[in-house]
Design a protein around this ligand. Structure first.
Ligand code: ZN
Length: 219
């Protein structure tokens, strides 16, 4: 009798631990059935490239997730509103794009909460997700993000568009690696993104032809 109770208790504890792990390490949005792909843009908003990205997304009726940098939002607040009102999700990519592993606890908190305030002022919601710059995470980053109620949002397909390998290379790298549930990392800010803009139309057209639909992180 007592052993049976202990076993049930142990099973409950294991289930609870697994549930916590699932939440804590959630690198991708909730799995959706079928051929879904998540298109994401980092480091914006950019006065030059974000409007061009929005135009292409609109042409294909695709919604994406924009992981924006707080100081960029402060510099271009109307662009973040424009991204949000076009139906896209805006999420947190820190205030000034540091490697989060190198920060004190208070610096980490500032990077996240100051950016959240900017996003909330333009969208009315509190972000669910934090994308760590450079994908740089460790146990401390995970714990601090969780303490602030953030899920870490990484990616599964990285065409390294920021290195400007040419629009054809960006397109090929994405299209040859996308699988159902993939999270594609692209950039609308942080530098010259003309190659990303040039590649985007072909990427969306081909993914649609392959039967993919597009989803975003929760707004
Ligand atoms: Zn970034």
């Amino acid at each position: 009798m007592i052993i049976g109770t202990f076993r049930r208790l142990a099973a409950l504890l294991v289930a609870a631990a697994l549930a916590l792990l699932a939440v804590g390490f959630s690198a991708t949005p909730a799995a959706a059935a079928g051929k879904v792909v998540y298109i994401t843009f980092d480091d914006g908003p950019s006065a030059v490239y974000t409007p061009k990205v929005l135009k292409v997304l609109s042409q294909y009726g695709v919604h994406a997730t924009f992981f924006e940098v707080g100081q960029q939002i402060a510099a271009h607040p109307s662009l973040t509103s424009q991204v949000y009102h076009a139906g896209h999700s805006v999420q947190n990519h820190t205030w000034s794009h540091p490697d989060l592993r190198n920060l004190s606890s208070s610096q980490f908190t500032y990077q996240v909460t100051a950016t959240d305030r900017q996003i909330r002022a333009r969208t009315g919601y509190r972000t669910c997700c934090l994308r760590p710059p450079y994908g740089a995470v460790n146990a401390t980053v995970r714990a601090r993000a969780a303490a602030l109620g953030k899920k870490l949002a990484l990616w599964t397909v990285d065409p390294r568009d920021w290195s400007r390998p040419g629009a054809a290379a960006i397109s090929y790298r994405v299209l040859s690696h996308v699988r159902p549930g993939s999270v594609v990392l692209l950039h609308d800010g942080g530098g010259d993104r003309s190659q990303t803009v040039a590649a985007l139309s072909g990427i969306l057209k081909t993914l649609k032809a392959r039967g993919y639909t597009f989803a975003t992180w929760a707004r």
